[in-house]
Design a protein around this ligand. Structure first.
Ligand SMILES: Cc1ncc(COP(=O)(O)O)c(C=O)c1O
Length: 470
């Protein structure tokens, strides 16, 4: 890193730590040269960099001042020591309330199932049903069906990754893969790093395994704050880190390659295992599909978890973990809990993957999701008050919506449910208060009058809440 970048980072950290607050005048260039011992050019370059990032503003004749940015745009740098997690009851209640088929499912975590190749999958199931070995368990016991593990390993190879079928364990969806991975490297009471906000499944797993959460702030554009991560690693005996590096749920960001490599180096330095939750990358809609962090690891530090649930079929409940050195431990844990993943489902997936073009399906799916997301964004702009921020990223089918910070998205969720609309309020994704004003919206649905009306209704409810709070 160049000197001016170091200085810019240093000043930004001071701002985030509250040394300098919004509106404060920063030391002049001359004073900064004297403090830092750096040249005038370097200091001036650092200030200009911060100015271009909107962190500080220059006022003619007066100097440089800390910009006042909306709360949500600031990226806090401190880890939140949440300790024990107690969120499952709230998550369960919200998910239960949105199960009614009459409800407009903007809160759902799964894409519109009509986008999946259901006929082809049904044919695969029927073909497999005629095969006697479908009812035999033995060839599908942990680590799971060999052909399926090979098919998954070949998909990794196509991405330039070296992952042997022997280290892949087939699981009941990514959720089992993630839970087993966490269990394999922790004991009750251990500290685990998650993001703030993060996928609620991570919080539920921590609660179930009696682990303690250390939540690291994530920025809507840049993702996890590595500085805060390092501070947390320095101060707490962390055992594992559960993160999404591509198409993060709920915010949607993807870490750039450099940040992924820095993250891995940092975790290796502190001997912390990364449990990489990567269920949405096949829905990436940008130019080049991003690699997971596992692409730079030899299997000693990263357990890579994924599934077919978001891209091909949710109901089969088939996922996997590329577990590296932990593959045997994962199998032992699986034998003690679910024993194995359903044989016919594993075999039907092998049949589908070997007789159909999964990639052609993925191309269609990505195109359709992109179009639907665009339609949804246009509708939100039509019906939501201007103070609402709509965040969208390449890939996936979620939008992350921020209300003004004083509004509570849980109250909006209750009011919306009463009108037959579900949303996923920010409280589901955090152990802090930081995201209670935000919510996640699933926009994978074909846009019809029903969706348009639901968005209009949500807009009205938000406007009413804004008026009440005035
Ligand atoms: C980020 C994330 N990880 C994991 C899962 C679980 O995936 P699966 O349905 O394959 O168990 C989900 C599902 O909502 C998810 O959103």
């Amino acid at each position: 890193m160049k000197k001016y970048q170091l200085l810019a980072e240093h000043i930004q950290a001071q701002i985030e730590q509250g040394v300098w607050r919004a509106g404060d005048r920063l030391p002049s260039l001359r004073e900064q040269v004297a403090h830092s011992g750096m040249s005038f050019m370097t200091v001036s370059h650092a200030y200009q960099t911060l100015e271009s990032q909107g962190v500080i503003v220059a006022r003619p004749q007066s100097g440089y001042f800390v910009a006042s940015r909306p709360q949500s745009e600031r990226s806090p740098t401190k880890a939140i020591h949440s300790g024990t997690v107690d969120i499952n009851t709230y998550i369960f209640d919200v998910l239960q309330a949105s199960r009614d088929p009459a409800i407009v499912p903007f809160g759902s975590a799964f894409p519109d199932p009509r986008l999946f190749p259901l006929q082809q999958l049904n044919r695969s199931l029927t073909r497999v049903g005629r095969n006697a070995s479908a009812v035999s368990l033995t060839s599908n016991l942990p680590p799971g069906n060999e052909e399926l593990r090979q098919a998954i390993a070949r998909r990794y190879a196509a991405q330039g990754m070296r992952i042997s079928p022997d280290e892949i364990v087939i699981t009941a969806g990514a959720l089992e893969a993630l839970n087993l991975s966490l269990q394999a490297v922790t004991n009750p009471g251990d500290w685990v790093i998650v993001e703030d906000p993060c996928f609620y499944g991570a919080l539920q797993a921590l609660e179930r395994l009696r682990l303690r959460a250390l939540a690291i702030p994530s920025d809507i554009r840049e993702g996890i704050n590595l500085q805060a991560l390092e501070q947390a690693l320095q101060t707490s005996p962390v055992r594992a880190c559960w993160l999404m590096t591509n198409c993060q749920n709920p915010m949607g960001f993807t870490l750039n390659q450099q940040k992924k490599q820095q993250l891995l180096a940092l975790l290796k330095r502190y001997n912390v295992t990364l449990i990489e939750d990567d269920v949405y990358t096949d829905l990436w809609s940008g130019r080049e599909k991003p690699q997971p962090v596992r692409a730079w690891d030899d299997g000693s530090s990263v357990m890579h978890c994924s599934s077919f649930s978001k891209c091909l079929v949710a109901g089969f409940r088939i996922g996997w973990v590329a577990a590296g050195v932990h593959a045997r431990r994962i199998q032992e844990l699986q034998l003690m809990s679910t024993l194995s993943t359903s044989s016919p489902m594993q075999m039907a997936l092998v049949d589908y993957l070997t007789t159909r073009s999964y990639d052609a399906h993925l191309r269609r799916l990505r195109r359709e999701l992109m179009e639907r997301k665009q339609q949804a964004i246009e509708a939100l702009h039509r019906h939501f008050p201007a103070q609402v921020q709509i965040h969208s990223h390449d890939g996936g089918f979620f939008l992350w919506i921020e209300l003004p910070p004083h509004l509570d998205a849980s109250a909006l969720s209750d009011a919306a449910l009463a009108c037959g609309i579900s949303i996923a309020p920010g409280k589901m994704f955090t152990t802090s208060q930081a995201w209670h004003h935000a919510f996640r919206l699933n926009v994978s649905w074909a846009w019809s009058e029903r969706e348009e009306q639901a968005v209009r209704r949500l807009g009205t409810l938000i406007a009413q809440k804004l008026e009440q709070e005035c």
